[in-house]
Each structure stands twice: as structure tokens, then as C-alpha cells.
Design a protein around this ligand. Structure first.
Ligand code: HEC
Ligand code: HEC
Ligand code: HEC
Ligand code: HEC
Length: 406
């Protein structure tokens, strides 16, 4: 064969190969595209899951199940059927003005790129197949009998308190200060150490909500609180001044000292409590505080009762501890959003120290390296006061131990 013939043969051979394989390849193409698309989608879902856990779970729940009064359910059949991708995308991009739902697109001043928002949409959409069908009509819950059964023994039939629990739920001051999310949290988690049981196991979230609504309805008729001085002190003052008035490093006044109590008369005490004093916030109603005149009088009487020799003057100035100061402070201020299992959890010591997926929140001994301090120095959903932040900084500076050890 000459070289010409060889070339012609080779040409025919190649044509044959193309003629046979191209259709096979072409027939397979849709399948290959589908596989590639599915891989691409799963990648997006994986990235979306991480973004969700960092940015969304603290309000919408780890599994999109929602959190009462913090963020609505996203993982429900009816929600996912009602909203298309575009609706989810635009809620996430642009946020919802005047609600906790912020805009997440960088264009809108948020932290996320468009592609990350697409990943989040893919992640939320991925719930489609497993999303639970939530009951549309919630069964009627009889809040009054739940309250009578579970709460009135300790809190009194109308929240007026009992011999065992002096705390009055049915008071304007308490209800003013405590929004529904906090009430929900208090009832669900309780404060076991203080004697308030956790009801999360006993009551469903619908039942807890119904009890919250029942307590909220007292607001219209609630009398001004007539709490005793001791309860008022524990509630409003112990935070900064120590459980027994022993003071703290950032709160230099030792209330429970003979010198202090002898030096100041009742009138002066009433005035500083009502009007505040330098870093001490004003408490009187006229100054925007929560205490009525009779309550301030009750507090002064309580402080005055320390003026019997109890030998506390010599005691060392208190330091903030996790159990008495930092734990209750973070739970109260931050627990509504940081009390879950995704994102940062601050309501127990171990979780606080474990931090978030993005890193440690607390670096023992290094307040200035601690993200929790950094976040609180900027703008955040809830802001600690200057004195409270100082206590947190002091505690971290002291090593952030679960208990302060001398
Ligand atoms: C600080 C709490 C908070 C965070 C964090 C948050 N959301 Fe929201 N989100 C809300 C609230 C509250 C609403 C309801 C707003 C309203 O009343 O319209 C909402 C609404 C939505 C809606 C619309 C739901 C509906 O029923 O119309 C979507 C979708 C949504 N959020 C997605 C996200 C995603 C995705 C993230 C994370 C990037 C996120 N949210 C982070 C609080 C939050
Ligand atoms: C075994 C007694 C007991 C029972 C039962 C009980 N509580 Fe409490 N509750 C307490 C005590 C004690 C406190 C005070 C905790 C503290 O000092 O922080 C408290 C505190 C509270 C607070 C927080 C007030 C604050 O300090 O901000 C709320 C709200 C509350 N209870 C609601 C309820 C509701 C609603 C029920 C029923 C579902 C209930 N409690 C059942 C003992 C009880
Ligand atoms: C956020 C922390 C904080 C809380 C809460 C707080 N205080 Fe103070 N208090 C301070 C600080 C700081 C000072 C020292 C103020 C100063 O620089 O003179 C102070 C000072 C005082 C003084 C002494 C004022 C003087 O002239 O020396 C009294 C009395 C007092 N507080 C009572 C109370 C009572 C009662 C409560 C509860 C209703 C309360 N404080 C709650 C931070 C607090
Ligand atoms: C209304 C809900 C809400 C409240 C209340 C709240 N936070 Fe947050 N916090 C968030 C959300 C949402 C994020 C995640 C921010 C984002 O989208 O990147 C966050 C993030 C943080 C982070 C950063 C975690 C990380 O990823 O490194 C810290 C630290 C923090 N919060 C501390 C606090 C403290 C301390 C308080 C109480 C004084 C508090 N937060 C109260 C919603 C809240």
C-alpha cells in the first residue's frame, strides 16, 4: 500500500469511530449532565449547611424548626411549598425591616456573597423531602389549667407569689422588663439552681407559649410590684454588688460594711438608688428605671438590716465568678439566641468555652483576644452595660475558670 492509500484508510477508520461513538456519547450526555448537576447541588447544600449553622441557626433553630419569638419555622412542608427559591433568596438577601431578620447580602451591608446566599437557598430547599407537616390549626390548649397544675403551687394562683417563692410574676415591673422570648426561655429552661424547674420536657412548645400568653395577659391589670427588699436586691443589685453586698473589683462600694452604712442615711441611699451615681444606673421610675418609691424604700430597709454586726467588713472584695455573676448574666442577656446547640451557646460553662465553629469566644486570661469582648464592644443584638462588660473582662482576665479560685 502506498502512503496515499494508508491515509485514505486511516481517514475512513476515524470517520467510522466518530460515527459509532458520537451518538453513544451524545445519548449519554443528559445523564452525565444530571449527575454533574446533582453533585454541584450537593456541594452547594454542604456549603449552605455550614453557613446556616454560623449565621441562621441561633434564631431559626438547628434544623430550621424555628424558635418562639426569635425566628420562624423554615423547615416545614407548608412553608417550603408556599415559598419558591426566589422568596427565600430575597428574605435572606434583603432581610425584613423592623424585625430581627437582618439583610445578609453584602450589597445590603450584610456579610454574605450572592453565591453564599444561593448555597443557603440550596440548603433550605434540601429540606423539601423530609420537611415535617406541621399542624396548621394548633389544638386548643387550656393555659389556665396548665398554670394551675404546674405553676400556681409555687407562684400563687394569680402569680402573686407564695410563702415559698416571694417572686411576683404578676407585677408591672416584672412584665415590663421581661419580653415573651425571655419568659419562654425561663419556663423552658428553668433556673434549677434557684429552685425554678425546667419545663421543656413536661410541656410542649405550644403549651409553654400558651402559658406565656396567660402571664402576659396579666400585664393589663398587674399591680405595681410589692416585692420585698431581699428579692429586689437579689434581682437588681446582686449582679454588681455581690450576693451579700460584698462588692466587686469594678464596683468598689462595699454596701455591707459598717463604715458605709453608718456614713449614709436612708435619705441619701434612697436618692442614689433612685437617681444613680456615676457608673451606678438610676433605678427610680422617674429616671426611666423599674423601681417605684415603695420598692426603693424596701431596698433601703434591706440594706439597713446589714447594719448589725455580721462581721462582713473584713471580707475580701468579691470577684466575679462564673456561678454567681457571669453564668446568670449571659443566660439572662444572651440566652434567647445563644442557648441552643448550634452556633455559639453561652448558657453553660462548657459550651461557652467551646466557642462557635468560627473559633473560641473566650480566651482565658486574654480578654482582648476574646471574641465575646470584641463583639460586645461593637454593635450586637444585645449589649452588655459598661459595668457588666467590665465584670466579664475581669472574669476572663482572671482565667475564666468555672469558679474563681483564690
Ligand atoms: C437574629 C435572628 C435571625 C437570624 C440570625 C436570621 N433570621 Fe431569618 N428571620 C428572623 C425573623 C424574626 C423572621 C421573621 C421576619 C418577619 O416577621 O417577617 C425571619 C424570616 C426569615 C425568612 C422568611 C420566613 C417567612 O416566614 O417569611 C427566611 C427565608 C429567613 N428568615 C432566612 C434566614 C436565613 C437564611 C438566615 C441566615 C443567613 C437567617 N434567616 C437569619 C430572624 C432571624
Ligand atoms: C417548685 C417551685 C416552682 C414551680 C413549680 C414553678 N416555679 Fe417558676 N420559679 C420558681 C423560683 C424559686 C423562681 C425564682 C428563680 C430565681 O430566683 O431566679 C422562679 C422563677 C420564675 C420565673 C422568672 C422570674 C425572674 O426571675 O425573671 C418565671 C417566668 C417563672 N418562674 C414562671 C413559672 C411558670 C410559668 C411555671 C409553671 C409552668 C413555674 N414558674 C413553676 C419556682 C417554681
Ligand atoms: C450595673 C451594675 C450595678 C447595679 C446593677 C447596681 N449598682 Fe449600685 N453601684 C454600682 C457602681 C459601679 C457603684 C459605684 C458608683 C460610684 O462610682 O460611686 C454603685 C454604687 C452604689 C451605692 C453607693 C453610692 C455612693 O454614693 O457611694 C449604692 C447605695 C448602691 N450602688 C445601691 C444599689 C442598689 C440598691 C442596687 C439595686 C437596685 C444597685 N446598686 C444596682 C453599680 C451597680
Ligand atoms: C437576638 C439574637 C441575639 C442575641 C440576644 C445575642 N446574640 Fe450574639 N449572635 C447572634 C447571631 C445571629 C450571631 C451570628 C452573627 C452572624 O450572623 O454572623 C451572633 C454572634 C455572636 C458572637 C460571635 C460568635 C462567633 O461566631 O464567633 C458572639 C461572641 C456573641 N454573639 C455574643 C453575644 C453576647 C455576649 C450576647 C449577650 C450580651 C449576645 N450575643 C446576644 C444573635 C444574638
Amino acid at each position: 500500500m502506498g502512503s496515499m492509500e494508508r491515509k485514505i484508510l486511516l481517514g475512513w477508520g476515524l470517520t467510522l469511530v466518530i460515527a459509532v461513538f458520537l451518538p453513544v456519547y451524545w445519548l449519554n450526555e443528559p445523564h452525565r449532565m444530571a449527575v454533574a448537576r446533582e453533585e454541584f447541588r450537593q456541594e452547594a447544600v454542604r456549603r449552605g449547611a455550614e453557613l446556616y449553622s454560623d449565621h441562621c441557626a441561633s434564631c431559626h433553630g438547628d434544623e430550621g424548626q424555628g424558635k418562639t419569638n426569635v425566628g420562624p419555622v423554615l423547615n416545614s412542608r407548608s412553608y417550603l411549598e408556599l415559598y419558591d427559591d426566589q422568596a427565600i433568596r430575597s428574605a435572606t438577601r434583603d432581610g425584613r425591616p423592623n424585625t430581627l431578620m437582618a439583610a445578609y447580602a453584602q450589597e445590603e451591608g450584610g456579610p454574605l456573597r450572592e453565591s453564599q446566599i444561593d448555597d443557603l437557598v440550596a440548603f433550605i430547599r434540601n429540606w423539601d423531602e423530609t420537611a415535617p407537616v406541621l399542624p396548621t390549626a394548633t389544638p386548643v390548649i387550656d393555659a389556665a389549667s396548665l398554670y394551675a397544675r404546674y405553676c400556681s403551687g409555687c407562684h400563687g394562683p394569680s402569680g402573686e407569689g407564695t410563702g415559698a417563692v416571694g417572686l411576683v410574676l404578676n407585677s408591672k415591673g416584672f412584665l415590663d422588663r421581661t419580653d415573651d422570648a425571655v419568659l419562654y426561655q425561663l419556663i423552658a429552661q428553668g433556673r434549677p439552681e434557684q429552685g425554678m424547674p425546667s419545663f421543656a420536657g413536661e410541656l410542649s412548645s405550644g403549651e409553654i407559649n400558651a402559658v406565656v400568653a396567660l402571664i402576659r395577659a396579666w400585664e393589663a391589670t398587674a399591680p405595681q410590684a410589692v416585692l420585698g427588699g431581699e428579692t429586689l436586691y437579689a434581682r437588681y443589685c446582686a449582679f454588681c454588688h455581690g450576693a451579700d453586698g460584698e462588692g466587686a473589683k469594678n464596683v468598689p462600694v462595699v454596701l455591707n460594711s459598717q463604715e458605709f452604712l453608718v456614713a449614709y442615711d436612708d435619705e441619701y441611699l434612697q436618692q442614689v438608688i433612685a437617681e444613680g451615681h456615676q457608673k451606678m444606673p438610676p433605678w427610680g421610675e422617674e429616671r426611666g428605671g423599674v423601681l417605684a418609691t415603695e420598692q426603693i424604700d424596701a431596698l433601703v430597709a434591706f440594706l439597713r438590716a446589714w447594719e448589725t454586726p455580721r462581721g462582713r467588713t473584713e471580707e475580701a472584695v468579691g470577684v466575679p465568678t462564673y456561678a454567681r455573676t457571669i453564668g446568670p448574666l449571659l443566660t439572662e442577656r444572651c440566652g434567647a439566641c445563644h442557648g441552643g446547640t448550634a452556633g455559639l451557646t453561652v448558657t453553660d460553662y462548657d459550651s461557652l468555652m467551646a466557642g462557635a465553629s468560627s473559633g473560641a469566644a473566650v480566651v482565658p486570661g486574654e480578654p482582648e483576644e476574646s471574641r465575646i469582648v470584641e463583639v460586645q464592644r461593637g454593635e450586637h443584638y444585645a449589649q452588655l452595660s459598661e459595668v457588666e462588660l467590665d465584670l466579664l473582662i475581669e472574669w476572663i482576665g482572671n482565667g475564666a475558670s468555672p469558679e474563681y479560685l483564690d
